[in-house]
Ligand binder design. Structure first.
Ligand SMILES: Cc1ncc(C[n+]2csc(CCOP(=O)(O)OP(=O)(O)O)c2C)c(N)n1
Ligand SMILES: [Mg+2]
Length: 642
């Protein structure tokens, strides 16, 4: 059968102090024994799933050893038990997730086993889709760079008490890991491109065990070797190592860290590992791998190799290693006992952390009256209204970053003085780059998954990303990030992490012949996603109030702007004031009646309002709301379109 590319070990000589070698051995053995204990618990039906880090322990223990816990950021995947142990996660904490305990720090018992996460060590909550973590890691690094350049964010947060805190370190790195199979996901390539383009300190650790469940590596990429494929990416340091050998792993990881910490850009470490326990406990690899191949892998087992090295090089006697193994086993047994005795979450906790417990955007805290406008105040169109709120809120909150396709005035800043500026295909973001600089308002590559995935990573660091997807019709590449990441982050991490992104999207039809690809209205699909708030205002004033609430809240929001409404005269309104907010989920009665209530939002209200005189139902009572939210009845002067 075709084989993986030969491993080029970057070092031949051991370069780790003896006591550290023993410590790494202990972590690796602890990791393996925890996997073994979970297998026992699975057989006893005390847990329902097991996926192991077996065979990956050398590279992952070394990575954990070299990273700085709570300083660097980590986006792990399910085989990274040894990495997380070395960063500080305890065996008991790991088994608490396996048994689904409410005390589990990764998810409060909400996720499957081995879905690592621990806020104390900056281990960001991992999910089940293969590959969604890469773009978030890039966003996380991007946010770190922004925070390092803009000290005023931390100062602002001190003056404006906030549920999220920010941390930053000049030479911090972000490590993101996956198997070789997951690198076939398009998001991997988008992330690699983004990290290289921006010279971000991201280490892509690819743990190549040769298989993605039953699919061998030659099916994944042209030419089999991923690290050969990516060799020509600019600014990328590509390192290969034997991931079953701590010395080779140590050298590769050290070089990768040096490259990233010195600001030279990202690194990719391609580590060849083995997978002795099948893909998961639900898989039996004997159905697709011959015994000879499995025996070859077994001979590379990282723990057996390291034990041999320790004894042969007299770092410890065989007896001392046995004693260490026994100590580890006792620790694992005690951890399992503690985990099995731990509480499981009660059914009443299910709604905890669907949304922020700190800021309720549906509360009266956001109820306000529009300011009285001067008699000669020019009414705002919806485009003007959104632009104005973005401008005002960016002035107020230095955490707000705007990015997307064409949102900047002019990417080439040297030309800014000679041009009018673009500011979005509908000019909603016009003038914002000019006012706030290219660090805060910038164009992204044409890649919707990137826009949302990176925003999630940025939000994890306490910033407030306000990305734009240019047309609703093209939101679909970002669907995985929206459905499985953006809306689930807070709930799945039991409140440890959040993604308070405000995603603006132009939606709806506005031109004759605009179908099929410039008129889609799929908002209802997104209202079926717990954790995500969906807004779709009808008037300029509603847009002002709802957008401001979104920007001041802590939940992910999909803010849908109907293109037909952007510049219409009938939904214009006066500027309602710099603090005007509208609570989510409350409909405004646009026209009272007695027999029938019509609840609507977006452009439907406006169509109704324009045509109401000709309606045969015009004696019927009607009301309207924006989806999930609308402005309450107001008494403001010159309230539009009554
Ligand atoms: C997007 C997505 N597709 C499919 C799956 C099912 N799945 C889980 S793990 C896996 C194989 C991953 O292989 P690889 O990236 O090589 O990692 P390994 O398990 O070998 O370490 C698949 C297909 C998934 N979780 N997510
Ligand atoms: Mg694999």
């Amino acid at each position: 059968m075709p084989k993986a590319a030969p491993v080029t070990s970057v070092v031949d000589q051991p370069g780790i102090a003896p006591e550290r070698v023993l410590e790494l051995y202990r972590v690796m053995q602890l990791s393996r024994r925890l996997d073994d204990r979970e297998l026992v618990l699975k057989r006893q039906q005390k847990i329902y799933f097991q996926i192991s880090g077996a065979g990956h322990e050398a590279i992952t223990a070394v990575a954990g050893d070299l990273l700085r816990p709570g300083y660097d950021w980590v986006y792990p995947y399910y085989r990274d038990r040894a990495l997380c142990l070395r960063l500080g996660v305890t065996p008991t904490e790991m088994l608490l997730e396996a048994v689904g305990s409410s005390d589990d720090p990764a998810s409060g018992g909400r996720q499957m086993p081995s879905h690592w996460g621990h806020a104390k060590y900056n281990i960001v909550s991992s999910s089940s889709p293969t590959g969604t973590q890469y773009l978030q890691a890039v966003g996380c690094a991007e946010a770190g760079r922004y925070l390092n350049r803009h000290a005023n964010v931390a100062e602002w947060l001190e003056k404006n008490p906030h549920p999220q805190t920010v941390s930053r370190h000049a030479d911090e790195v972000v490590l993101v890991s996956s198997g070789e199979g997951a690198t076939s996901e398009g998001e991997f390539w988008e992330a690699l491109n983004g990290a290289c383009r921006e010279k971000l300190p991201v280490i892509f650790l690819i743990e190549d065990n040769g298989y993605a469940i039953s699919v061998p590596c030659e099916v994944q990429g042209a030419g089999v070797s991923l690290s050969r494929l990516v060799e020509n990416f600019p600014n990328l340091s590509v390192l290969r190592c034997d991931g079953c050998d701590i010395f080779s792993s140590h050298e590769a990881m050290s070089q990768a860290l040096k490259h990233c910490r010195s600001g030279n850009g990202p690194a990719l470490v391609h580590a060849q590992v083995v997978r002795p326990y099948s893909h998961s406990q639900s898989d039996d690899e004997r159905s697709y791998r011959p015994e000879s191949e499995r025996a070859e892998d077994a001979a590379r087992d990282p723990i057996l190799r390291l034990r041999k090295h320790i004894v042969e090089n007299k770092l410890a006697t065989a007896k001392a290693v046995e004693a260490l193994d026994a100590e580890v086993e006792a620790e694992v047994v005690a951890a399992a006992d503690a985990a099995l005795a731990a509480p499981i979450p009660g059914p009443e906790t299910i709604y905890n952390f669907v949304y922020s417990p700190d800021v309720d955007p549906a509360s009266d805290r956001f109820a306000s009256q529009p300011a009285t406008a001067a008699d000669d105040a020019k009414p705002l169109t919806m485009v003007d209204a959104i632009n104005t709120v973005l401008h005002e809120e960016m002035e107020r909150d230095p955490r707000i970053l705007i990015f997307g396709e064409d949102v900047a005035d002019c990417t080439r800043e040297a030309n800014l003085g000679q041009v009018k500026g673009k500011g979005g295909v509908f000019t909603v973001t016009k003038g914002l780059q000019r006012a706030f600089g290219a660090d805060r308002v910038y164009n992204s590559p044409l890649a919707e998954a990137s826009i949302v995935g990176r925003a999630i990573g940025i939000a994890t660091r306490g910033l407030k990303p306000v990305p734009e997807v240019q047309f609703f019709d093209y939101i679909w590449p970002a669907m995985m990030q929206i459905r499985d990441e953006l809306s689930t982050m807070r709930w799945r991490s039991n409140g440890a992490f959040a993604s308070p992104v405000v995603l603006r999207v132009a939606i709806g039809g506005y031109l004759t012949g605009g179908a099929i690809y410039h008129s889609q209205c799929g908002e209802s699909i997104f209202t079926h996603m717990p954790g995500l708030r969906v807004l779709m205002p009808s008037t300029a004033v509603d847009a002002c109030g709802l957008l401001r609430t979104a920007l001041r809240s802590e939940d992910p929001v999909l803010f849908l702007e109907h293109k037909r409404l952007y510049r219409e005269p009938f939904n214009r309104g006066p500027h309602p004031g710099r603090d005007f907010c509208i609570p989510f989920g409350k409909a405004r009665v646009a026209r009272p009646g007695t027999d029938l209530t019509v609840v609507t939002y977006g452009a439907v209200y406006s169509a109704r309002s324009r045509r109401r005189r000709s309606w045969r139902m015009n004696k019927a009572p009607t009301s309207r709301c924006s989806i999930c939210a609308a402005s309450p009845p107001t008494t403001g002067k010159r309230w539009p379109n009554r």
